[in-house]
Design a protein around this ligand. Structure first.
Ligand SMILES: O=C(O)c1cc(=O)[nH]c(=O)n1[C@@H]1O[C@H](COP(=O)(O)O)[C@@H](O)[C@H]1O
Length: 236
């Protein structure tokens, strides 16, 4: 897969019209889109199916975090929508991850397809001070490492982490364990917004990430088409 095929654009908008307009403006250079809590709450599962039917890939980012039974069943409902990637919070614990991975494997046996199960480690909007405030005993890098291992040992296919932790995740979990990295700010839009642990797209790929997630630098650009072109140039 070339780099542009590994760019996931976050459709963080409040309506079907706006989401479909972004998908259209990103085409054909971008073919992977993320539907998160805002858009899903506004428009529901039908829009997920509709975007999938355009022939693009969908990452359903609902970051499930609950008791094992609830998360496993919610992930199965996501899989039924035909999405390509789903995520859960690894801080939900090993039993939650294991039960979800097992249910997804059963789903695969019956249906022949399943989404990648990706675990969120430490949100890219958090830094070491924020972790101290929450009461975590370790810094971001150590926490990401611990959670990534927990994910790997219990059946996740990869993690969401910041680009600053790509190398450590690959080192402890192996090259094939997938990293999905938000906190991406291209040279043409360096404003961090609410992100704390950021990197340019080019550097994130150089560090070995599998996918980058990018939202506002593209979706809030004066011209989405121009922004996609600039991103493609930066990645050359
Ligand atoms: O799971 C995610 O996608 C995610 C995890 C994380 O740690 N940080 C993070 O920013 N995200 C998502 O990635 C996107 C980043 O958007 P921008 O900051 O606008 O590029 C948002 O949709 C976030 O919900």
């Amino acid at each position: 897969m070339n780099k542009m095929e590994r760019v996931i654009v976050a459709l963080d908008v409040d309506s079907r019209e706006k989401a479909l307009s972004i998908v259209k403006q990103c085409a054909p250079d971008i073919s992977y889109f993320k539907i998160g809590k805002q858009l899903f709450t506004a428009e529901g599962p039908q829009l997920v199916k509709d975007i999938k039917s355009l022939g693009v890939k969908v990452f359903l980012d609902l970051k499930f975090h609950d008791i094992p039974n609830t998360v496993a069943n919610a992930v199965i409902e996501s899989a039924k929508l035909g999405v390509d990637m789903v995520n859960i919070h690894l801080s939900g614990g090993s039993e939650m991850v294991r039960k979800t991975a097992e249910k997804l494997n059963d789903f695969f046996e019956k249906n022949g397809t399943k989404p990648l199960l990706i675990g969120v480690t430490i949100l890219t909007s958090l830094d070491d001070n924020a972790l101290k405030e929450i009461g975590y005993a370790y810094n971001t890098k150590e926490m990401v490492k611990r959670l990534a291992l927990l994910g790997k040992e219990n059946g996740a296919n990869g993690v969401v982490c910041s680009p600053l932790e790509i190398e450590i995740v690959k080192e402890v979990c192996g090259k094939d364990f997938i990293t999905v990295t938000p906190g991406i700010r291209p040279e043409f839009a360096l404003n961090k917004d609410d992100q704390k642990r950021v990197m340019t797209p080019k550097m994130a790929f150089e560090k070995g990430t599998d996918y980058i997630v990018i939202g506002r630098p593209i979706t809030k650009a004066a011209s989405i088409k121009e922004a996609v072109k600039k991103l493609a140039n930066e990645l050359k």
